[in-house]
Design a protein around this ligand. Sequence first.
Ligand code: SF4
Length: 433
Amino acid sequence: MKKYFINTYGCQMNVHESEKLAGILSLRGYTEAKTQEEADIILFNTCSIRETAESRVLGNLGIVKKIKERRPDIIVGICGCMSQRNGAAEMLKKRCPFIDIIFGTFNMYKLGEYIDEFQKSGKRIVEIWDKGGVEDSPVLRSSGVNAWVNIMYGCDNFCSYCIVPYVKGRERSRRKEDIINEVKELVANGYKEVTLLGQNVNSYGGGSPEFAMLLSDLSDIDGKFRIKFMTSHPKDLSEDVAKIMSQSDKIAKYVHLPVQSGSDRILKLMNRKYTSSEYLERIAMIRSFVPNVGISSDLMVGFPSETEDDYLQSEELIKKVRYNNLYTFIYSRRSGTVADKMTEQIDIKVKTDRIERLIKTQFDIGNEIAISLVGKTYEILCDSFDNGICYGKSSCDKSVSFNGDESDVGKFLEVKIIQAKNNKLIGEKLCRL
Ligand code: SF4
């Protein structure tokens, strides 16, 4: 039986896109290889958000080149944001003659046809489209508990540092009926958590109230399961979404709300379209509807011209919000973006110093929050078991490890937090729910 291996880089959207590539390949009779050494098709589903992501792809392509030299019959393909980025397909074509199929973000669902065509003609395929629709693909899901469901693609926001609108195109939403049918099928097949995916889910269907209505309709599906969504843009997260979160038991009490900076001057340069006080008002609004909501965020340091004072405003903001989780980044230049042309780029030493301080500040906040949870009881969905320990998450996105066994995977359990150590929660299983 022929085998495939997919190298996936980047965000959760890409992880789900790779599940679709796997779905296409499995319909053609391929099974997953444990390593790329034993695969007949090696794919790269790439990310372009940071230069380091592209460097990792190029590094791994060097390894695959050697495999192809030993086994010239294998097919090597590359797709996703890196190949879609302006000029990158040409660069890959020249620099990596061993790649057989180069395609972008909009035509990933065509993989099966490209394989057939390549096998028939033996001729290299390079096909990059400049726009796309919302075509559905078969999906081979990597988990039996959590499932990802795209509700929309693309982004219209053009944050000045971000390549996504250029490589994923303008916003386009899937039909509500298709999403509802997909979620119904997942629940019928035993999935316990469904995460709705989009670059800016709150502008689903053109914006409020469409997303709240979608959440409401999905909540009406029978069965015990959780609905999560990501990512929300702070300017678009509306009261009607917070309201439905507070009313429905099925919607997770969790929101990922990227802030990126605490400085209004930097937020303006980033083209984020909100100020830090407007952001804090959004946080207060969600908390007024959902008091124990878990909130996570993304925050970047070292954006062009960021001063020490701008940085300190970011630190101040995270102290005010007290996030569950904070994903911190050093600003990385992306050619083709507005920020790349800004003159006052920040020295890497300054960026490194700021990120270290930011991580330390958040670590202390996270630790304080974790310690305050000892003695509390949560409903945890167990999603994995390893080495005698169960792992799972609460509705408000608290990760907990606890005693249990393999049969707990995919179950909702009542778990009491008995210890908090280095930002990690350890629990004791009380009962299944
Ligand atoms: S909202 Fe901004 S950061 Fe997010 S994908 Fe769109 S342009 Fe990029």
